[in-house]
Design a protein around this ligand. Sequence first.
Ligand code: ADP
Length: 306
Amino acid sequence: MKELKIFSPATVANVSCGFDVLGFCLDSIGDEMVVRKTDKKGIHITKITGYDLPFDPEKNVAGVSALALLKDVQPDFGFEIEIYKKIKPGSGVGSSAASAVGSVFAMNEILGRPYNRTELTNFAMKGEALASKSEHADNIAPAIFGGFTLVKSVAPLDILQLPTPNDLWAVIIHPQIEIKTAEARAILPKNIPLKDAITQWSNVGSLVHALHSNDYDLLSKSLTDVVVEPHRSKLIPHFDLIRETVLKHGALGCGISGSGPSIFSLSHGHKKAQNVAEAIQNVFVKTNIPFEIYISKINTQGIKIL
Ligand code: ADP
């Protein structure tokens, strides 16, 4: 095989209570990429459509992760990468992770799959570090493994795949405002009260149990974040209004997607998700802030060949 076209999905990191460890994968939004083996050694980004991003492989997350894999393989050929960007950079649904994952997934397929998914996560984290200044896997892991994932530890890398209830849908609203990840990090407290920590780990535990037991009510009760959301939600205009609206229209819960500005909500079934999306649409349109809404079933497959 010389060339491959892939779909690299958007992802939601944190999932309310699981700051920096939990994530899930979407399927109605994602980038496409074409990766091609070439005689010319090295990594060459030859085409980018959709958004203005650097062609220099050392400045593009897709290039950085690809270079990390290439350094390990040291082949006597190289790869060309085309990026058809659909996920807006900085939207909070794993734009950089999709690129970082896409290049190494496709290269691994072309090379005959020398690496497993955890090893690919490691290479992709090198790319993600370019965008966020730290190596983290909470968007990368769900993009590679699909469904819900929990990053048990980063060093050594240990990813747990969690089950996905069979009729779980996400609605994402992306207000078109910019939140710098650095600012969203700087706003967080260095220490948290023990009582908040107890609430948070009880919610993470019950959320994981809800996923295992297909328990939508428990899932709903677990989607609460008392540690990060109270601080970060201040950066997102009308966050409380969105939450009130989605809960009133039958969503199981909602929270900030990654470091925002996107907000995710989860619903049991497509119809309820559609109701939630319509309700957000009707409310948010009055704010005069431009926005996009996506409805997606939880994608249990993850990144795939097209
Ligand atoms: P998101 O959470 O949506 O991935 P980030 O703020 O983490 O957003 O990452 C976006 C940053 O990464 C932007 O500064 C962007 O210029 C940079 N970047 C470099 N290469 C890429 C790429 N291939 N895709 C997306 N973002 C990239």
